[in-house]
Design a protein around this ligand. Sequence first.
Ligand SMILES: Cc1cc2nc3c(=O)[nH]c(=O)nc-3n(C[C@H](O)[C@H](O)[C@H](O)COP(=O)(O)OP(=O)(O)OC[C@H]3O[C@@H](n4cnc5c(N)ncnc54)[C@H](O)[C@@H]3O)c2cc1C
Length: 408
Amino acid sequence: MPEVVVVGAGTAGLACAARLAEAGVEALVLEARPRLGGRIRTFRPADGGPALELGAQVVHGDRNPAHTVLGPLPPAPRPEAAYVVSGRVARSMGVLGRGAHPPWLLEARLTGYAGEPGDGLSVAGWLARSGAAPAEAATAREWLRQVWAADPDRLAAADVAAAVRRDTGGRGEFTVPGGMDLLPRRLAEGLRIRTGTPVLAVGSGPDGRPYVRTSEGELDAEQVVLAVPPAVVHAGVLTLEGAAPGRRAAAAALVPGDAYCAVVTLSGSAPQTASVFDADGTSGFVSCRRGRPEVLVVAKDAAAACVRGAAGSAAHLAALLGVALPWSRGLAVTAVVAADWRADPYSGGAFCAPGPGAARAALDWARPDGRLFFTGEAALTGRGLPWLQGAYADGRRAAHEVLEARKP
Ligand SMILES: Cc1cc2nc3c(=O)[nH]c(=O)nc-3n(C[C@H](O)[C@H](O)[C@H](O)COP(=O)(O)OP(=O)(O)OC[C@H]3O[C@@H](n4cnc5c(N)ncnc54)[C@H](O)[C@@H]3O)c2cc1C
């Protein structure tokens, strides 16, 4: 019998198991998918071309723990060109920079908003009071929608600002050469992990000893750490037997935002390395690399639904890309590899944004229940960033709780 079973081999589960191993506690990690990393998913072209990310895109911050796990990482390269699509026309991103309120400046200013959590002011409401012209505010709305994978009407301004201020990850954006999936592979070194093993139920017996049920039977452990998104529990993919109503309510409240990402291979190659922000709200961020036929689409919230709708037809997808990347007009779509995070039963969406009541629900979700412990990006919604640094820190937090509970 393992001392601890960790359910889920995403960043949080692996960070937790790695910390337990450091402390000499034997953990067994059970993972539903055939691969590690959860919402990290790297795509590698068959001809050995550069890796593209269908999940987490960049490492945020120069003090992000990913630098400790992987060694110093290089800054994300600047594209040769950046464009913004507005009114179905792609123009140089410089047009936004010439205005008084480009979206990135409004995003930075929002961080300074010091309202009380729960004051009812949404990010959309904050933008309306920001002094930005209506067109600038509309562009920033779409920008923030893509950053947070949430409708700015349902993002709590004070909680967003507090989460960014509390982040200790530092500044800048960094990439992992060769692919982001190096992070879970590194974290997994030396751990006992069973992939392809969906956990169906978790609970505690009459003696308080936790159990984990898979299709192969039941497994006892001294402690169990649940490192799956709460959406997986809310959807009934994993049943929390005997869970208190508060925990069920927390799982229902921690709804991750929608995201649909795709690597679309075209019949011709890109003439330049470019990044495109679609302010019209139909395709999120689109990027391509000089001399490569792959185009990466990362679309969140309403834009995710648009790309999902277009992805069913090569002609519709080509038409969508033709707006963001005029050079692609007339080219055919030869392959599509998509990550539909909302439809994926083991994620249920992108990540949890600080909406009304989410910070409270996150505290309820994170609270241990006897010998059951809970972790993941959703567990610190509103108190930290729901990204890799948050998942990693929260995995270590859960490991600390397990170790404290094991003290005689
Ligand atoms: C499109 C997109 C873009 C993003 N961009 C960034 C970015 O640029 N930078 C950044 O830092 N973050 C980004 N993120 C967020 C980041 O990916 C997540 O915060 C982080 O990966 C979450 O880690 P986690 O361990 O909490 O959850 P997950 O990675 O989801 O791990 C949970 C694990 O549990 C497993 N699981 C679920 N159900 C079961 C079950 N029943 N039995 C067993 N195992 C189960 C899952 O398969 C998964 O492996 C992005 C996410 C998405 C989707």
